[in-house]
Each structure stands twice: as structure tokens, then as C-alpha cells.
Design a protein around this ligand. Structure first.
Ligand SMILES: [Zn+2]
Length: 112
């Protein structure tokens, strides 16, 4: 499945496994690329699992890294979704999963 680059302000098509278009993906530090790939594999198909936390965190770091390099706002839905998920894991409820999904879907849409 293909998607759109998750970097703020970029609407270039991107492979789903890479999260960002080739030019933005290459901008990321190698260590962050490895973390993204590994955490994505670990949480694949289980969006309620706490394993999603490191993946969302890596995604948020990637969006923020590119945003800083391009002098854009570092705001991103991954960071918001991560905060919701962490609050949910701590609180024991699950009503925020709808918000989590909404956040992730919104990030998948082109920004700006
Ligand atoms: Zn891009």
C-alpha cells in the first residue's frame, strides 16, 4: 500500500514502509531510519499494543527532524497520538483509541 510523505508540507507519494518520500527519508539520520523500520515491524497489525509507543515516537521524531531542517513547524499528529496513547495506557481506559486513529488518519492526509 502506498501513502503520502508524512513530512510537514510535503504531499509527495511515499512507500508505506518508508513513511516519507525518498528525498525526506534520505534526510533522516541512519539510526532513526533503523528505529523506524524496526518499530514498525514490531507493531505491525496490532494498533492497540503498547508496542505502538516506540513506533509513534520514532515517527514523531522523524517529522520533527525534517521540520527543523526545513524551518517548518514541528507540530505533528504522531506526537499528539503518542500523548493520547500514553495517557490511555496509564489510565487503563480505551476511549482515546478513536482519537488516536483520527490523529493518524489526519497525518496521512497532505498537510497545509
Ligand atoms: Zn516528503
Amino acid at each position: 500500500m502506498n501513502g503520502v510523505c508524512r513530512a510537514n508540507g510535503c504531499s509527495t507519494p511515499a512507500q508505506a514502509m518508508l513513511m516519507m518520500c525518498p528525498s525526506h527519508w534520505r534526510m533522516l539520520p541512519a539510526a532513526l531510519q533503523r528505529t523506524l523500520r524496526r518499530s514498525q515491524q514490531e507493531c505491525a497489525g496490532n494498533e492497540r499494543d503498547p508496542a505502538l509507543v516506540p513506533y509513534l515516537d520514532a515517527c514523531a521524531q522523524a517529522v520533527e527532524f525534517v521540520a527543523m531542517r526545513e524551518m517548518r513547524t514541528p507540530d505533528n499528529r504522531y506526537r499528539q497520538a503518542l500523548a493520547l496513547l500514553e495517557a490511555d495506557l496509564l489510565g487503563g481506559g480505551d476511549q482515546s483509541h478513536d482519537h488516536l486513529r483520527t490523529c493518524l488518519q489526519a497525518q496521512a492526509a497532505p498537510a497545509d
